[in-house]
Design a protein around this ligand. Structure first.
Ligand SMILES: O=C(O)CCC(=O)C(=O)O
Ligand SMILES: [Fe+2]
Length: 344
């Protein structure tokens, strides 16, 4: 963890997702918002003044949530560390027995073999490769996944304040805030994921993954049912399926954000318990609706400051840095140039 954490100031106004109308919007002020979106929203079914007022209130509420997010997330983290009683304390610290032995083999092959040999090893060890550079591979054992889901269900009953997992999912939990990340996710990345990602997504790993955001998404018929097309605020994403008692919910991948024809190719990939889908975070993706049951997935957005310091993926510009006390976005400032933007 870096001593100081930073976000890009675009977090306070851009990429505000309107679930009902399935669009991302920018909010600077009411006038700009009306000029930019009122007409478009009408086309999407937001026709009456009351409906528009509801949208405006929702957007303002989201902006207010984001303004206080980092402070409240830190307060939640502290409260949870002091007061939440863990169901399975032993699963909060990574042990080799939690990971599927095939994952260890694949990751070790990533460090010692050519890309071709790695891809062969991936397939021979239960992995799946798609034509659009999206990979699925065994990561955790079924037993670990089951215990984790039970822990999550216990945590769900904890009455303290909790943040939503990200700006699009309303159900689930931030593992960073829950306190699970440092001893469970950090070693998973350092020991196994980073070497693998380095071979498969070299340009996105840059120097190294030096931070991440880890969370759980939960879908069922009464909460979030699906996830609209988006890309992640990360360089490389791992999305691990934790249970199987549901139907639907496959992920659909399109092209890379910012590249031409990014809606052309579409790849559908299903979940398998314990298996993780590894993809370039800028690859556009969506989750199909759940049709029964409840789906839990662990998502890790791995970040590399050497890549993102040059461009914030969320606004496409040189990040305009704001220091935050918790839950930064992985940007860094070199010690010698505290006030410089690295892309100047
Ligand atoms: O629903 C899923 O499993 C995908 C979640 C996802 O894409 C995200 O949280 O960034
Ligand atoms: Fe995503």
């Amino acid at each position: 963890m870096s001593p100081k954490e930073y976000i890009c100031s675009c977090f306070f106004k851009r990429n505000i997702f309107l679930k009902k109308y399935k669009i991302h919007v920018v909010f600077e002020n009411e006038k700009q918002f009306e000029q930019e979106y009122r007409q478009n929203l009408r086309f999407k079914g937001c026709t009456t003044d009351t409906q528009y007022a509801t949208v405006l209130a929702e957007v303002k509420e989201e902006v207010a949530r984001r303004r206080s997010f980092h402070e409240s997330s830190l307060a939640n983290y502290k409260d949870i560390q002091s007061n939440y009683e863990r169901l399975y304390p032993e699963i909060w610290k990574l042990k080799p027995s939690f990971v599927d032995p095939r994952f260890v083999t694949i990751s070790s092959d990533a460090q010692h073999k050519s890309l071709d040999s790695l891809l062969l090893s991936l397939v021979q060890n239960g992995g799946h490769i798609t034509e659009s550079a999206v990979y699925r591979l065994p990561v955790f054992t079924q037993e670990f996944c089951q215990q984790l889901v039970e822990e999550l269900k216990q945590f769900d009953k904890y009455p303290g304040n909790k943040s939503v997992p990200n700006t699009m999912n309303s159900y689930g939990v931030s593992l960073d805030e829950m306190g699970m990340s440092d001893q469970l996710i950090t070693p998973l990345i350092t020991d196994w994921l980073q070497p693998l990602a380095k071979q498969l997504f070299d340009k996105w790993v840059g120097l190294s993954f030096d931070s991440y955001k880890a969370f759980i998404v939960r879908y069922d018929e009464t909460g979030d049912r699906e996830l609209s097309l988006h890309y992640d605020n990360a360089e490389v994403t791992l999305n691990v399926s934790l249970n199987s008692d549901y139907t639907g919910g496959q992920l659909q991948f399109n092209g890379i954000w910012g590249e031409e024809d990014n809606t052309k190719q579409k790849t559908l990939i299903g979940h398998e318990v314990g298996h993780g889908i590894l993809h370039c975070a800028r690859q556009l993706h969506s989750a199909l609706p759940i049709t029964s049951g409840q789906r839990y997935n662990m998502v890790i957005w791995m970040r590399s400051s050497s890549v993102r310091n040059h461009m914030c993926p969320m606004c496409g510009q040189c990040p305009s840095l704001v220091a935050v006390p918790f839950a930064g976005e992985g940007f860094t400032v070199p010690d010698t140039q505290q006030s410089d933007c690295s892309c100047l």
